[in-house]
Design a protein around this ligand. Structure first.
Ligand code: GRF
Length: 202
């Protein structure tokens, strides 16, 4: 049986879309996206899931008294749906060590820089690209890595570089990194990990 995947989102969901397109094209050979979990009830990612006929649920942190309650709600969704692998695709909440240990080597994330540059706590969104530009690096990119208790600290699965242009600002760089790197390596890494999990079950 294919590895059952949940994708966690909070926003626009362009990375989710890249995964949906990859699946539609028959390239997600060893996995199936069966659930989308959003931390934000108005995330456009939810519409993308609906259009692709993928079940989705919102678990909003503000409706939970504690991080533990938030994670318990997520875990019950994961268990109800037989989820074996989690892809973080623009998910804006940090997961506790209890959560990440429970799914060791089963959670992957995409980060918009070449780790270990411009990563770690507080490094997300445009800030990553602003930092790369102000440091003056000539090459940046994206990284897909396993998720552990250290923000952006888990084992690296795939990386892809993107050249910085003299004309770049943070917005233009963010767009190019997504288009050239994130939307390419996140689906490919998802397939790699889904395959490894499927093999383990044999
Ligand atoms: C991406 O830049 C991703 O690297 C980061 O959040 C952004 C998500 O965008 N973690 P989207 O919701 O997939 O469009």
């Amino acid at each position: 049986m294919k590895t059952r995947i949940a994708v966690f989102v909070s926003g626009g969901g362009t990375n989710l879309q890249a995964l949906i397109d990859f699946q539609r094209d028959g390239k997600l050979k060893d996995g199936e996206i069966v659930l989308v979990i959003s931390s934000n009830p108005s995330a456009y990612a939810l519409e993308r899931a609906a259009k692709a006929d993928i079940k989705s649920v919102t678990v909003a942190k503000k409706d939970c008294a504690t991080q533990q309650e938030f994670e318990e709600k997520i875990i019950s969704e994961l268990e109800e749906n037989g989820i074996e692998m989690i892809v973080l695709a623009g998910f804006m909440s940090i997961l506790s060590a209890d959560f990440t240990r429970r799914y060791e080597d089963r959670i992957i994330n995409v980060h918009p820089s070449l780790i270990p540059s411009f990563c770690g706590k507080g490094m997300y969104g445009l800030r990553v690209h602003e930092s790369a530009l102000s440091y003056g690096v000539k090459v940046t990119g994206a990284t897909v890595h396993f998720v552990n208790e250290i923000p952006d600290g888990g084992k690296i699965i795939l990386q892809k570089s993107v050249r910085i242009l003299q004309s770049d600002n943070a917005e233009s760089l963010q767009k190019r990194v997504m288009k050239l790197a994130e939307w390419d390596i996140l689906p490919r890494a998802t397939q790699m990990v889904a395959k490894a999990i499927r093999m383990e079950k044999r």
